[in-house]
Design a binder for this molecule. Structure first.
Ligand code: P1T
Length: 389
């Protein structure tokens, strides 16, 4: 838990990113949090321990990461998980059979799969709506609605939802608002301050930042919900190992710097793509052509590093571009220092095929990295050229 009395709570985000959760190791003075690679802890007497008894329940490296995550999201509590999906699954255990969840209709394919193909079988009801349309969101709320689940920006269409308005609506209906903040990261947007009850992350992405770890997190303020989720974290056991926690902690230290460069490069890439005749549409919250550009400027400190676009030549042209880039690696995932390219329809969103959430087969998604923008533009130019041959 972040101590509001601590001098750290007055620091600016960039400084928090470097220092939150990390203290010189009391035993050795080690500046970086040690990787406490242990499953268990010696007890002083039967049932008497030094704060740690078993690493599923608590581990010092995980505790440091949890403190850092809570601090960066401006929350009181954070819980770390083995993946973004593990975090999502654990949070959804707060919803009981017979209760209802309203979910945005543009979300990570795996989130849809978990809701529609797994949790629906246990009696949870889901409605998928365009959450960028507040009226549609309002209409979907029912007496049994317990949770509203949003991504903003969404994966892969980069739609936004006004978080404050959505929180107000959810609360009036007696529901919680959970925001999956993976695409923005806390460097660009802190949903708890805007009224959300839970922030969820795939720490695999911008928080980790180096495509070398899979992890997830929940951040929140409410003590009773925290106690329940902490119980569930231990009872279900989808926890990250200490080395993975260390990697996310290390990534977080450069989050502010990395996000700055991701945003600058993504603006260059989006502007370049808008001028390309083989590109039918560029989707990026930083472009004035984005229908929610105004909301992006108001709600986010930067437009983010994700750019999506639809090829005029449809799926065939999209496949050529994805195959032909050299600096942009053809791969799922996002948020690492290196640029990635993928086609959501057959890759990250294959599980929404045939559903109302299905995405355009000509859609290309870029995770713009921190390389030199000139190199990224040259790479895209040569790949687009091949798509026209
Ligand atoms: O992969 P995992 O750490 O379990 O996180 C799942 C997840 C949750 N939320 C969002 C917004 C995500 O984008 C993801 C994972 N997404 C990808 C792997 C992807 O390429 O879109």
């Amino acid at each position: 838990m972040t101590d509001p009395q601590s001098p750290i709570s007055t620091l600016k985000f960039e400084s928090l990113a470097v220092h939150a959760g990390t203290q010189a190791d009391p035993g050795t003075g080690a500046v970086m949090t040690p990787i406490y690679q242990t499953s268990t802890y010696a007890q002083v007497d039967v049932g008497v321990h030094r704060g740690f008894e078993y690493s599923r329940t608590d581990n010092p490296t995980r505790s440091a990461l949890q403190t850092a995550l809570a601090t960066l999201e401006g929350g009181r509590y954070a819980l770390a998980f083995a993946s973004g999906m593990a975090a999502t699954d654990t949070l959804l255990r707060l919803v009981k059979p017979g209760e209802h969840v309203v979910c945005g209709n543009d979300v990570y394919g795996g989130t849809y799969r978990l809701f529609d193909k797994v949790l629906a079988e246990y009696g949870l009801e889901f409605s998928f709506v365009d959450a960028s349309d507040l009226q549609a969101l309002q209409m979907a709320l029912r007496a049994e609605t317990r949770l509203v689940w949003l991504e903003t920006p969404t994966n892969p269409l980069l739609r936004l939802t006004d978080i404050s308005m959505a929180a107000e609506m959810a609360h009036r209906a007696g529901a919680w608002l959970a925001v999956d903040n993976t695409f923005a990261s806390p460097a660009l947007q802190q949903p708890l301050a805007l009224g959300a009850d839970f922030v969820v992350h795939s720490t695999t992405k911008y928080l980790g930042g180096h495509s070398d770890v899979v992890g997830g997190a929940i951040v929140l303020n409410d003590e009773a919900a925290y106690e329940r989720l902490k119980f569930l974290q231990n009872a279900i056991g989808a926890v990250p190992g200490p080395q993975d926690c260390f990697l996310v902690l290390r990534g977080i230290k450069t989050l502010a710097l990395r996000m700055e460069r991701h945003c600058i490069n993504a603006v260059r890439v989006a502007n370049f793509l808008e001028e390309q005749p083989r590109v039918a549409q560029v989707i990026f919250p930083g472009l004035v052509s984005h229908p929610q550009h105004g909301l992006a400027q108001q709600q986010m400190r930067g437009p983010g590093g994700m750019v999506s676009f639809i090829m005029a030549g449809g799926e065939a042209a999209a496949r050529v571009v994805a195959r032909e880039t050299r600096l942009f690696t053809l791969a799922e995932s996002l948020g690492g220092v290196e640029s990635l390219i993928e086609l959501p329809a057959p890759m990250t969103h294959a599980s929404v095929a045939g559903s109302p959430l299905a995405v355009d087969a000509g859609l290309v998604r870029l995770s713009v990295g921190i390389e030199h923008a000139d190199d990224l533009l040259s790479d895209l130019a040569q790949a687009l050229q091949k798509a026209g041959e």
